[in-house]
Design a protein around this ligand. Structure first.
Ligand code: NIG
Ligand code: FE
Length: 399
């Protein structure tokens, strides 16, 4: 048994285990002059330093604030090539959807990614995941979706599997954009070949679909989701990024883990999410980088939805390598309070991946926590551009 008591914590923000909705997202417990006992990678005790139990080892954190480790519930961290030409074109006025419709955008990243080996993909993804880790991420979801063919999709998921032990990754199979020809056959292949293979080999725990005018219809999404469920995989969805097609309502009906994006969501989608256990994941990096409207996070929280924030790290719509900055942007762009942002980036983000063992600093939870540079936890969502995270601990071990 290894046992360490972390002491000299100016403020310890516990958050509450499990998903939080509505006003409960603001209800953080902040313990001044605190201590934290970790036994074998798990939190054994938290409280005021003066009441701390004795432990075999102690670790003085130097009088700073401690918060739970962040979960990034939405990334596309594995890709090859770049989207710098798209970026310039968009800045001079060509819309993201038009670039995609012309065969660029996501399709150009697919061409570059399909040409890369598993080793190339691992080498390209590692520094991106290191950047996320330095920003406070102790668990990250990584999607496939840039494979032109099923072999390339499997190579992406194999790269995620190789990086998993180093970074605590959760892999998702993303069915991203259909081929320009033989679309019905592609969807059939996804349902009858790709999903069964991925489920059999344990390469992903969930299936995500991009439900949008330039991608998959609601009917195609339903078909893919039905196959995913039949093979024991969980559901996630990219929906309402540009248009509200009905994907959010479908995902809520089928009990998806999360619906992500929501920039174009209106009252009907807010109501559907608030009445469900499906997490509404907002991605402020996309709002900033594509100049889209901010997802209605304030309305979602006020209506009682479970809200999470992710980076959506990807080369086209969100080159955002910091989960801390995603939370800071959610406060500015989506109207979250700092406390709501912390909940959105910890327990609620973990729930968006079906994980309940992390995100709060409470007995029995994984000992994933961050020591900030500051004595005040609010620096986590205040700082723009600098990194307020000093040390990252995963399972009680410095990362
Ligand atoms: O989450 N919108 C669809 N998929 C990604 C973007 C991928 C890309 O542009 O490469 C997203 O925004
Ligand atoms: Fe995405």
């Amino acid at each position: 048994m290894t046992e360490t008591l972390y002491t000299n914590i100016a403020q310890l923000v516990t958050a509450r285990p499990g998903p939080q909705r509505g006003a409960a997202m603001r209800d953080l417990q902040v313990i001044p002059d605190a201590a934290l006992l970790v036994r074998d990678s798990v939190i054994a005790w938290v409280g005021e330093r003066t009441a701390a139990p004795a432990a075999a080892h102690t670790h003085d954190l130097g009088g700073v604030a401690v918060v739970p480790g962040l979960t990034d519930p939405h990334t596309h961290a594995v890709w090859a090539g770049d989207r710098l030409a798209d970026f310039e074109a968009r800045i001079s006025g060509v819309p993201y959807e038009e670039i995609l419709a012309r065969g660029g955008g996501i399709r150009s990243t697919m061409r570059a990614t399909a040409a890369a080996s598993v080793e190339d993909l691992i080498a390209l993804a590692r520094p991106r995941l290191q950047a996320l880790r330095a920003s406070g991420v102790t668990t990250a979801e990584v999607k496939s979706g840039y494979g032109l063919d099923f072999g390339a999709e499997r190579r992406m998921l194999t790269a995620v599997r190789a990086l998993q032990p180093e970074f605590g990754l959760v892999p998702t199979l993303l069915i991203h954009v259909p081929p320009t020809e033989a679309r019905a056959e592609y969807v059939q292949g996804v349902c009858e070949d790709l999903i069964p293979q991925v489920a059999r080999e344990g390469l992903a725990g969930a299936v995500d679909v991009f439900c949008e005018k330039e991608a998959f219809t609601v009917a195609e999404t339903r078909r893919i989701f039905t196959a995913a469920r039949a093979h024991g995989l969980k559901l996630k969805l990219h929906a309402d990024q540009f248009q509200t097609l009905g994907g959010t309502e479908l995902a809520c009906e089928l009990g998806a883990l999360s619906v992500d994006h929501l920039e174009a969501s209106g009252a009907a989608q807010v109501a559907a999410l608030a009445a469900s256990d499906t997490v509404a994941t907002v991605l402020p990096g996309v709002t900033l980088h594509l100049g889209l409207p901010a997802a209605p996070a304030r309305a979602l929280i006020d209506a009682g939805a479970i809200l999470a924030v992710g980076t959506d790290l990807n080369p086209g719509s969100s080159p955002l390598f910091s989960a801390q900055l995603a939370l800071a942007l959610a406060v500015r762009l989506n109207g979250l309070t700092p406390a709501e942002a912390l909940t959105a980036g910890t327990v609620n983000a973990a729930h968006a991946l079906g994980l309940t063992d992390r995100g709060a600093l409470a007995p029995g939870q994984r000992a994933d926590f961050l020591a900030l540079h500051s004595a005040d936890w609010r620096d986590l969502t205040y700082t723009l551009g600098g990194n307020p995270v000093r040390d990252v601990f995963t399972g009680g071990t410095p990362a």
